[in-house]
Design a binder for this molecule. Structure first.
Ligand code: BGP
Length: 478
């Protein structure tokens, strides 16, 4: 019977602004996410603004901001990042639950503005580091290997206001100071680092810190992130030769809607442009052959400084981390859509496709020949606490079982060196795309609603027992 190999990492993944809270304590500065309201499938999340003439306004969180506008916190408005699910005060209890599940790893992100409140400080906020010291010490004590995402779609808001975040090269130096602070402090306890989260789909003020949201701005920001990541890897290798660096890419399998050659070609190029372009640069250390035409077609002219290409070439990532939730379908006329008559979808319209994960694992390894880790995968559903005090979420166990079977097949039959799986997200947290609480992923329920109200009590769901058994048997019962 096939099982996950000895040493295969299995655990959970989270992002700071979706679970940590504690936004006003320990000297934490404002994060871009602190200005993003909650939304829903029909109502995009918004940024609250003060316009140049002093009037308040709101825009969608992925829209451009009017010239001279500044983000603000509107009294009486609910901002999910402020409390989130309060990991800041529940970390010990949450880690105990993860340890009880048998997790061997926990991937989480550090809040940049907790360490560097404005991003400009030359020395870190010790109170912020002290918070992560205790979390990391406790994880290690409970034999859970921490994997740190240095930057998960966020930045100190002051950097967005002063220099337009990643649009400016100045942010590269701020990021280096921040990342190397972490690596110096935790190098003996943390061996796997992710320089960025889902770098291929970043957009909006919260993730990039920019007022403009056009292709020129976006790809210039991403170029700065490529350089920042490579510069950090270069410096970190000298500090800790054992450390391994990756970046996280959002992956989905993309199928042609028909066998019509135009649809097949559209599926190929859409995937290349939305996923592989970014991994090509970071895993191979150079812009790919098709980059020039691809960028030109969008009117993008990158400003590349002397030395940028050399630092990219010398410091490719060691492993490829990716999230996988769903697949998509492409037609040459309509582009990428969710609809696939062969697949069921979640209530949020995401097609459920475990075989697509096996395809992704093979495609990524064929392309890069680097170790892989599935760093996010899970099912967002509306869960109901039953009268017996638990949540009967067999649908979640079924979803994870099918995806774990796909990984097992890729590892044992296809020979893909996938070294771990971290499910999103062990303890319910706030959704990134909608800011809702009712889109739950956890095997542990958190008593909190879409307005942040509730006792925050943690309640293991039925899937908790299933996952615990699956980990204990290394997948033998899958
Ligand atoms: C990924 C992000 C996570 C996370 C997850 C689920 O894109 O890295 O931060 O939230 O998707 O998405 P959502 O919360 O929108 O359901």
């Amino acid at each position: 019977m096939a099982t996950f190999p000895e040493g295969f990492l299995i655990g959970g993944a989270t992002a700071d602004f979706q679970c940590e809270g504690g936004f006003d304590v320990g000297g934490r500065g404002r994060l871009t996410h602190d200005f993003v309201t909650a939304g829903s499938v029909d109502q995009p999340r918004q940024l609250t603004l003060r316009l140049a003439d002093g009037r308040p306004a709101r825009v969608g969180w992925h829209d451009p901001l009017p010239a001279g506008a500044r983000v603000m916190i509107e009294p009486g408005t609910y901002y999910p990042s402020h409390q989130a699910t309060d990991f800041y005060h529940h970390w010990r209890e949450d880690i105990d639950l993860m340890a009880d599940l048998g997790f061997t790893t926990y991937r989480f992100s550090v809040c940049w503005s907790r360490l560097f409140p404005t991003g400009e400080e030359l020395t870190p906020n010790e109170a912020g580091l002290a918070f992560y010291d205790q979390v990391i010490d406790y994880l290690v004590a409970r034999q859970i290997a921490p994997i740190i995402t240095i930057c998960h779609d966020e930045l100190p808001n002051a950097l967005a206001e002063s220099v337009s975040g990643w649009a400016s090269r100045h942010t590269i130096a701020c990021y280096e100071r921040y990342a190397l602070t972490l690596i110096r402090r935790y190098r003996r306890r943390v061996h796997h680092w992710l320089t960025f989260n889902e770098i291929n789909i970043l957009g909006g003020y919260a993730a990039l810190g920019t007022h403009a949201q056009d292709a020129q701005t976006r790809y210039q920001c991403v170029h700065h992130m490529f350089v920042a990541s490579a510069r950090v890897i270069a410096a970190a290798r000298a500090l800790d030769p054992q450390a391994r660096f990756g970046t996280m890419f959002m992956m989905s399998e993309m199928y042609p809607a028909t066998s019509r050659p135009e649809d097949v070609f559209a599926a190929y190029t859409t995937r290349r442009e939305q996923c592989f372009f970014f991994a090509d640069v970071m895993a191979r250390g150079r812009y790919p052959r098709y980059a020039k035409a691809f960028l030109q077609a969008q009117g993008v002219t990158l400003r590349v400084a002397p030395g940028d290409l050399a630092v990219l070439a010398a410091n490719p990532i060691d492993f490829v981390a990716f999230s996988y939730y769903r697949s998509g379908t492409v037609t040459h006329a309509a582009g990428l859509v969710n609809e696939n008559p062969h697949l069921a979808t979640t209530p949020w319209g995401w097609p459920i496709d475990p075989l697509g994960l096996r395809l992704c694992l093979n495609a990524l390894y064929d392309r890069y020949q680097k170790p892989l880790i599935v760093i996010e995968n899970g099912l967002g559903m509306v869960d109901t606490l039953a009268p017996d005090g638990t949540v009967h979420d067999d649908y979640r166990s079924d979803y994870m079982a099918a995806h774990l079977r796909a990984i097992l097949a890729a590892v044992t039959e296809d020979g893909v060196p996938c070294f771990g799986y971290t499910m999103w997200a062990p303890i319910d947290l706030v959704s990134l795309s909608t800011g809702e609480m009712k889109k739950r992923y956890g095997v542990v329920y958190v008593a909190m609603d879409d307005r942040g109200q509730g006792s925050l009590r943690r309640v293991p769901k039925a899937s908790y027992a299933w996952l615990k058994r699956t980990i204990a048997t290394r997948g033998a019962e899958l």
